[in-house]
Design a protein. Structure first.
Ligand code: BTN
Length: 318
């Protein structure tokens, strides 16, 4: 990171002369750089005798505003903000192929063709929190699905901190009041030996009303704005999600049991009668548990089945 960016991202006052000496330029050159950053949208205050300080704007998602709020060591430490993009997944894959570091983050204000699971479209209007995160986990490929459950737990915990009671529907949905508030999409590049990288995409409905979504999705969707009736600071929410995710991610693979226990606590799937559509098959039964590799164990008429992927419908018992 450039010295001036680092000073600003720390969120503390620093003097023009400290910045000048770290940058190896004159104080006039520092104030020119500050003027350029202000033009980009940053709110940088200057106080006589104290120097400059970055003041993150409410809901500001510019890279230094994200960095100023981050409480992680790795995840999110290299952020890019795009006004619009087809999909943050595709954009980040390009960076991953060029060797981008673990934790690289791409956030978009809107996506033109956001990707959901099973090649579905993901509506991504302005106001949502749409991001992809690059991971280079040292996990065998058959355990990568754990990361979907891990991000579900991280999102549910972050929402709880805002007083929003979330539940998790296997494998990748975060629900509030039975409606989807967040979806998680994991795309991995691997060879038979090891996982090269994983792109974890998270789409969280935040500062827009789901009444404005297309008809086919709005009945099943909900946003934090719908629930709270006020806007949330997306950078803060992002930072909280990443903080929870990193706490679990750092401990892998030994944290798997803890991740599964946390997932079970938030689950609205376990114990319920379910219908699962998986690779063209319909599986009916009772969701019993999640296995160590993230698969769902379902008690069917023919015995316990291990389901690795699919769309779950929770059957109403009333
Ligand atoms: C799903 O529930 O089907 C997964 C939805 C994942 C959406 C996110 S938004 C950020 C990232 N970029 C995409 O194109 N998709 C994911």
């Amino acid at each position: 990171m450039r010295p001036l960016d680092r000073l600003l991202a720390e969120g503390k006052f620093f003097s023009g002369s400290v910045a000048a000496s770290q940058m190896g330029v004159s104080r006039a050159a520092v104030s020119k750089q500050i003027a350029r950053l202000r033009k980009e949208g940053y709110l940088i205050e200057s106080v006589r005798g104290k120097g400059y300080v970055l003041v993150p704007r409410f809901d500001g998602l510019l890279p230094l505003e994200i960095l100023a709020r981050l409480r992680t060591r790795v995840l999110g430490r290299n952020p890019t903000l795009l006004d619009t993009v087809d999909s943050t997944q595709n954009f980040l894959r390009g960076l991953a192929e060029q060797g981008a570091a673990e934790g690289t983050l791409v956030v978009a204000l809107e996506q033109r063709s956001g990707k959901g699971r099973a090649s579905r479209c993901w509506s991504s209007p302005p106001g949502g929190l749409w991001f992809s995160l690059l991971l280079r986990p040292s996990l065998p490929i058959h355990q990568v699905s754990i990361l979907t459950l891990m991000f579900g737990v991280a999102v549910a915990r972050a929402l709880m901190l805002h007083g929003i009671p979330a539940s998790l529907k296997w494998p990748n949905d975060v629900l509030v009041r039975g409606r989807k508030i967040c979806g998680i999409l994991l795309e991995a590049s691997s060879d038979p030996e090891k996982v090269e990288y994983v792109i974890a995409g998270i789409g969280l409905n935040v500062n827009f009303s789901t009444a404005d979504l297309p008809d086919e999705v709005k009945e099943r969707a909900v946003s934090t704005l719908d629930i709270l009736g006020r806007r949330l600071d997306r950078a803060e929410l992002l930072s909280t999600i990443l903080m929870h995710a990193e706490a679990m991610y750092e401990g892998l693979p030994s944290s798997i049991s803890g991740i599964l226990d946390a997932w079970r606590l938030f689950s609205c799937t376990l114990g319920a009668p379910v219908t699962i559509s998986s690779y063209g098959r319909i599986i009916e039964g009772k969701a019993l548990d999640v296995a160590q590799d993230g698969a769902l164990l379902v008690e069917t008429e023919g015995g316990v089945e291990k389901v690795y992927s699919g769309d779950v419908t929770i059957k109403s018992t009333t």
